[in-house]
Design a binder for this molecule. Structure first.
Ligand code: GCU
Length: 137
């Protein structure tokens, strides 16, 4: 399936700011979630109906895991997803969840649930797949 990148700095941001002071991001920057619970980045993704592998590229320069809940069009999609420390704010990794999308417009929201806020968020890569038996890697 075709993978499409959606930059975090182009998404709708609540309780976060676009920054570019830690190298290794793609696009023009990344989102630094405020250090509060409830901040989010929300991407508008166009897709066919069905499962999609959704990868968030992130950095977390702390030792504490920063969890995120993913919702799709306001409905719970993947909750309590952990984003552990990557070793440095300049070390970016990806974590993939599988979400069920609808045909057309999907609002994929990544909401920070701990008081530390989310990890720094670079981009979302969405790969629709008709194979719902292979777990995300
Ligand atoms: C540092 C870092 C930011 C990061 C923040 C945090 O300030 O420079 O990029 O977002 O820590 O802990 O969230």
């Amino acid at each position: 399936a075709v993978a499409t990148d959606y930059q975090a700095e182009d998404a709708t941001i609540s309780q976060g700011v676009v920054e570019s002071n830690h190298a290794g991001y793609t696009g023009s920057g990344f989102v630094n979630y405020d250090n509060v619970a409830g901040g989010y980045v929300e991407w508008t993704v166009t897709a066919p109906a069905g499962p999609a592998d959704v990868a968030l590229r992130y950095a977390n320069g702390t030792a504490a895991t920063r969890p995120i809940d993913f919702t799709v069009n306001g409905q719970p999609g993947a909750v309590g997803i952990t984003f552990p420390g990557t070793g440095a704010w300049t070390t970016w990794k990806s974590k993939t969840v599988r979400l069920q999308l609808v045909a057309g417009t999907n609002k994929i929201r990544a909401r920070a649930t701990s008081a530390d806020g989310g990890p720094n968020a670079d981009k979302l890569t969405v790969t629709p797949t008709s194979d719902d038996t292979t777990p995300p890697s």
